[in-house]
Design a protein around this ligand. Structure first.
Ligand SMILES: Nc1ncnc2c1ncn2[C@@H]1O[C@H](COP(=O)(O)OP(=O)(O)O)[C@@H](O)[C@H]1O
Ligand SMILES: [Mg+2]
Length: 276
């Protein structure tokens, strides 16, 4: 096994300190995040796993700059988050592409913004590279509505990777993909991280994916979400497909599955109207 570097030797990039989030709804305030504290160190690849509707996207939206916490603080490189920024590439759960731009224009979009601006020839190269990697080379001038759901998702991923952000915030990015494409996208992500060294937060429903890809897994409880357990994944990088077969991998997967199943059961009970 490849050794795991000591995480505490790296600087903190993202920190959640006693964070809570409450939304105003028609039925009164809804507490979604409850006293959550954790940090993400430089170059770490952290996954967040927990039942649907527990508050995972809300937590990521705070880092992306779309949601303000109701209590506690979230810092990015030691500073409060004022709003979205070009340092954070976000891959949304859905609707991650601009329908009014072609495939190539979508990928080029971020590269034309002032903060990420690159020369036209370099832009062409980056677009060509990601269209090739994502299997979209024949669709450069196609409109997103003419693509399959999986292709649109790959386009959203290409858009985020193209600008080489320091942070990648990925919200169930591979959920809509078939098993083959998903596995190819996972390995491509590992490759991108190996060459570009980013700090990544990934929300996923897949325990298998969390263990295979990430260095730290944050298991969240049912809503209002709290931290159930933080697991340091004892495998270094680079990783390859054979890891899935190792007994250590299997043991970790079982442990996390059990935690997650329990929280799913709790969350499911919240939806059952109580009988009188
Ligand atoms: N802006 C909002 N206003 C009111 N409720 C919201 C808002 N955003 C999210 N919620 C609610 O917060 C809860 C958690 O949502 P979310 O963070 O998207 O969950 P997850 O990503 O874990 O599935 C859900 O019940 C959702 O309906
Ligand atoms: Mg979500």
């Amino acid at each position: 096994m490849i050794p795991v570097p000591d995480r505490t030797a790296r600087p903190t990039r993202i920190s959640f300190d006693h964070v809570s989030v409450e939304f105003a709804t028609a039925n009164g305030p809804l507490k979604v995040v409850d006293d959550v504290s954790y940090d993400v160190r430089d170059g770490e690849f952290v996954s967040i796993i927990g039942p649907s509707g527990c508050g995972k996207t809300t937590m990521m939206n705070i880092v992306a700059g779309f949601v303000q916490p109701s209590g506690g603080t979230v810092l990015l490189d030691g500073k409060p988050i004022a709003g979205p920024g070009p340092d954070r590439g976000v891959i949304f759960q859905e609707y991650g592409v601009f329908p009014w731009l072609t495939v190539k224009e979508n990928i080029a979009f971020g590269l034309k913004l002032r903060a990420n601006h690159v020369a036209a020839t370099e832009r062409e190269e980056i677009c060509a590279r990601y269209m090739r990697l994502m299997g979209l080379a024949d669709f450069a001038d196609a409109w997103p509505r003419t693509l399959s759901g999986g292709m649109r998702q790959r386009l959203a991923i290409a858009r985020a990777y193209a600008v080489r952000p320091a942070f990648l915030l990925m919200d169930e990015p591979f959920g809509a993909l078939d098993a083959q494409t998903r596995s190819a996208m996972q390995d491509l992500l590992l490759e991108v991280l190996q060459t570009e060294g980013k700090t990544v937060m990934l929300i996923t429903h897949s325990v298998e994916e969390a263990v295979y890809l990430t260095s730290r897994i944050i298991v969240m409880t049912a809503r209002p979400t709290r931290i159930r357990e933080i697991i340091d994944v004892p495998f270094g990088y680079p990783r390859d497909e054979r890891l899935h077969e190792s007994p250590e991998f299997g043991a970790l997967r079982s442990h996390i599955r059990e935690l997650v199943m329990r929280e799913y059961a709790v969350q499911a009970r919240q939806f059952i109207p109580s009988s009188t």
